[in-house]
Design a protein around this ligand. Sequence first.
Ligand SMILES: [Zn+2]
Length: 245
Amino acid sequence: MRLTEENYYTNESNWKYWSVSQYKQFTRCEAAAMAQLRGEYEPPVTKALLVGSFFDAYFDGSLEQFKEQHKEIFTRKKELRAEFRQAQKMIERAKRDPLFMKFMSGEAQKIMTAEMFGVPWKVKIDSFISDTCITDLKSAANFRTLPRYRYDLQGAVYQEVARLNGYGVLPFYLAVCTKERTPGMRIYQIPQSALDMALREIQDNMPHFIQVKSGEIVPKYCGVCDYCKTVQGAEIHNYLELLED
Ligand SMILES: [Zn+2]
C-alpha cells in the first residue's frame, strides 16, 4: 500500500502502519485504540482541535478547502466565529516573523514510511528540509503546557523514519504559536538526548502493543476515558481510593 494524501488517514492505512498518534492512543487506552481501529469508536472533534486544524491548514495551503468543509466555523452572518478569528490572528502574526516562516518553508506534509521495531510506520511531517531539519507546527494554549503532549515521542519517530530513509540524523523543532490573546511565537528544539530517550521508551513498549494490535493479547481498558465510560458497566470501588495521591 503506497501512502498518499488521500489514503494517509484511512482505516486501512491505520491497520497496516503504526503512527505517533496511534502509539499515543495505545499508551492512553488500548481498548479505545482498538475500538477506533475497528471503526466502533471515534473520539469527538473538540473546538480546540478544530482551531488547531484551521491554523495548520494555512501552512499546508489548504485553508480555503478547510473553510469549505467546515461551515460550522462561521456564524449565520457568514463571519468567522471568535475562536477562528483568533486562529486567523495567529496566522497573521506568524506570517510577519521571518524565522518562524523559515522553519515552515520546507516541503509541507511530507509523507514517509519505514520499518521500525519490526513493524511498518508512517509519518507526515509539517515542514521537511531534507538537508537541515524537521519542523512540526503547533498551536498551543501557552508554552508551559507543551511538554504535557509528549512531542519528544513525535520528534523521535520523525527523526528515525527520516534517518531510515537516508536523510541522516536531522534536528527536530517545534514551531509554536500560542492561542493567548496576544499570540506568542517560539521555535523549540527538542535536544537529541530527549529524542534518544523517547525512542527507547517506544522500543520498550512496542512488543506488547504489537501483540495487542494483532489480536494475540486482549486490550486493557483504562477505565477512565470516554470510550471506557461508554462500554463499561458500573463497578464497586473503595471510596478511600479517591483519597490516594
Ligand atoms: Zn479507556
